[in-house]
Design a protein around this ligand. Structure first.
Ligand code: CTP
Length: 390
């Protein structure tokens, strides 16, 4: 199942050099299963031809009323989400003032669903006080402004004004289409592997990719939560629009988590914390010998510590087991004083797919084999449901 299966996305394209990037965005939206219709302003058509968008979206491109007098109404009614990318400062200012002088701006007037705009402009133009005032007006009205990025712009200046990346745009479309059962909740997620150093270049660690924790972070954001991630070492792609703090060892992770714990509503410990560290850290590289004996000592059990400290926080743990999965997970739920534990066989580690169980004091739900994003949705919806039940 793809992320946007069957969802109706209206893409507005205005006249800036970043138009060529929107063509690629249409492809990505289609790959995720969305149906896409495109409206172009007359100026956008000077940058990239209609045929490009028509071919990529599989739908005719709209740019005027010539063969559909009610195009603005029909498109506004059709769309589940309306994204304008790139949105020039001219168009965003017209939107703020309620001006409808072409099919795109008129459709925006006729539309009362989720509107997202991704501005792209020269830095000075973007920072112009009139433009910033108009952006504020739009934000105050509930329009989602996908902030541009810093970089070298087409005008060869360096600054803020580059169109948001495809990944961010796609993520915001997913965000706009979800209900918000976690609105107002602060969710702290840990993920990835810790490293316990033997000497400056060697360490004890594990195979965790961070994929599950990053998926949980994306979904928690889509469901309205304010998300922070504390990550060890990861190989998975970072989630867009989420603040990630990096740590190295179990000890570092414990300290980082404790700083945030008091202010969190939900804490999900998904990280694969190394259970042992070398008793002694050698600050010079250990020279090769016939044999080497390492004495290991236990690292702090972060989750168990949180379980002892918790005052109203909803605590979720993960249990990676090779045998007696459910029995061992239930024992960890009780021992660590958790509200929920997600149990999975060891095959989940480093894999793109997930299968497991969501276990709470009085419930047990299977997660049949699926993607980590889908599994995350199931887990976080269950968290939201349990929070709402009190
Ligand atoms: N965990 C933790 N600190 C540790 C070890 C684990 O916070 N030092 C957390 C993990 O993030 C996970 C949960 O505890 O949410 C269970 O981790 P797991 O490795 O399955 O279990 P352990 O408690 O380490 O027990 P065992 O290795 O004996 O199965």
């Amino acid at each position: 199942m793809r992320l946007l299966e069957g969802r109706r996305v209206l893409l507005g394209v205005t006249g800036g050099i970043a138009v060529y990037k929107s063509a690629q965005l249409v492809r990505e939206l289609k790959k995720e299963g969305a149906e896409v219709k495109v409206i172009m302003t007359p100026f956008a058509r000077k940058f990239v031809g209609e045929l490009t968008f028509e071919t990529l979206s599989g739908n005719k491109v709209f740019s005027n009323w010539s063969d559909e007098p009610l195009a603005h109404i029909n498109l506004a009614r059709w769309a589940e989400v309306f994204l304008i990318a790139p949105c020039t400062v001219n168009t965003l200012s017209k939107l703020a003032l309620g001006i409808g002088d072409n099919l795109l701006t008129t459709t925006a007037l006729a539309y009362n669903g989720k509107l997202l705009i991704a501005p792209a402009a020269n830095t000075v133009m973007y920072k112009n006080p009139a433009v910033q005032e108009n952006l504020k007006k739009l934000k105050d009205r509930g329009v989602i402004v996908i902030e541009p990025e810093w970089g070298v712009l087409a005008c060869e200046e360096e600054g803020e004004g580059k169109l948001a990346s495809e990944d961010r745009l796609l993520d915001w479309v997913c965000y706009a289409l979800k209900d918000k059962p976690l609105k107002g909740k602060r969710v702290l997620i840990t993920c990835g592997a810790t490293r316990e150093y033997i000497d400056p270049v060697r360490f004890i660690s594990n195979d965790s990719s961070g994929e599950m924790g990053f998926s949980l972070a994306r979904v928690a954001r889509w469901l309205g939560a304010e998300v922070k991630v504390i990550a060890g070492f990861t190989t998975a792609k970072e989630p867009p629009e989420v603040y990630i703090e990096r740590v190295k060892t179990a000890e570092d992770m414990l300290n980082a988590v404790l700083k945030e714990f008091e202010n969190a509503d939900v804490v999900i410990m998904n990280s694969a914390v190394a259970d042992y560290r070398p008793k002694e850290f050698k600050d010079k590289k250990i020279k090769k010998k016939e044999t080497l004996t390492l004495e290991l000592v236990k690292t702090p059990d972060i989750l168990e510590d949180l379980g002892r400290r918790k005052k109203g926080q909803f605590l979720v743990g993960f249990a990676l087991e090779t045998d007696n999965i459910l029995q061992n997970a239930k024992e960890k739920l009780r021992r660590k004083n958790l509200d929920m534990i997600v149990a999975n066989p060891s095959s989940a580690m480093g894999s793109e797919n997930y299968k497991g169980w969501i276990i709470a004091e009085n419930s047990e739900e299977e997660i049949p084999p699926t993607t980590k994003l889908k599994a995350s949705q199931k887990i976080l919806r269950k968290v939201a449901e349990m929070l709402s039940e009190g």
